[in-house]
Design a protein around this ligand. Structure first.
Ligand SMILES: C[S@@+](CC[C@H](N)C(=O)[O-])C[C@H]1O[C@@H](n2cnc3c(N)ncnc32)[C@H](O)[C@@H]1O
Ligand SMILES: Nc1nc2[nH]cc(C(=O)O)c2c(=O)[nH]1
Ligand code: SF4
Ligand SMILES: [Mg+2]
Length: 224
């Protein structure tokens, strides 16, 4: 398979967000995102700079966040999982914004090898993946980058995960759920950057609306 992807990070950990929280998972973090969320916790993935390209072994399990990335074919990705001795059977494809790429051939190959797939996306690019892939949409609207195609993303979403710090973020979400008629889908509120006020707001709002809380457990545990 000669399709390839620009990968910023490849590691095995515990999924720390959303409904798969606690699930051993292999993470593939794709390089590149034009959306520009001010509070983004992965700003090191935004730019695709050719000067930052490194050989795959320098990227796999890298010890700290950096702007470096490696090009990997699907075969490289599968053989790396094998060579690293990863035990997880769930693969989370995140970024950056992974939906800038067609993820269908990657997810097809992963599923054919016995992995389940999940993508984390902002809903600002067309979602190209397999039917079986679990799609987490963290909707971004009126941002500097990405496209206004949220409607199809909201329809495809298996869960909606919304970072919040203020009442305005909650109001934005309520408006989106109503506008796209997806109030029946699982909704997670994720406090922005573990801030106390954001966490208190998220707890109260989850109880009020019967939504779920997602606290990025990996950050509390100090793991990747
Ligand atoms: C880094 S993004 C990458 C995937 C995709 N670009 C997206 O926004 O969904 C992964 C998840 O982290 C969330 N996120 C980013 N920065 C955060 C922060 N500071 N606090 C809480 N959640 C954050 C995003 O909203 C998204 O749900
Ligand atoms: N453990 C862990 N869980 C995660 N869930 C979503 C993540 C992301 O950055 O997209 C993430 C991450 O970076 N680490
Ligand atoms: S869309 Fe995702 S990766 Fe891009 S800036 Fe926003 S949170 Fe960060
Ligand atoms: Mg993260």
């Amino acid at each position: 398979m000669n399709v390839s992807y620009k990968i910023n990070e490849l590691f095995e950990t515990i999924q720390g967000e959303g409904s798969f929280t606690g699930q051993p998972s292999i993470f593939l973090r794709l390089q590149g995102c034009p959306v520009g969320c001010s509070w983004c916790d992965t700003k090191h993935t935004w730019e695709i700079d050719v000067k930052d390209q490194v050989p795959t072994p320098d990227m796999v399990n890298k010890p700290q966040e950096s702007t470096t990335w490696a090009t990997m074919s699907i075969d490289d990705i599968l053989s790396t999982f094998n060579n690293e001795g990863y035990k997880a059977k769930h693969v989370v494809i995140t970024g950056g914004e992974p939906c800038m790429e067609d993820l269908t051939p990657l997810c097809q190959a992963l599923e054919a090898s016995g992995f389940s797939c999940q993508i984390e996306t902002s809903g600002t690019f067309e979602i190209r993946t397999t039917d079986a892939c679990w799609v987490t949409v963290s909707p971004k609207v009126n941002m500097k980058g990405g496209y206004d195609i949220l409607s199809s993303a909201m329809q495809r979403a298996d869960e909606i995960k919304h970072p919040v710090a203020t009442e305005a973020h909650v109001d934005d979400l309520k408006r989106l759920l109503k506008q796209h008629q997806v109030e029946h889908k699982p909704v997670y509120l994720q406090p922005i950057s573990q801030k106390t006020r954001a966490t208190e707001l998220a707890i109260a709002t989850c109880i009020e609306n019967n939504w779920r809380l997602s606290v990025q457990v990996h950050k509390y545990l100090g793991i990747e």
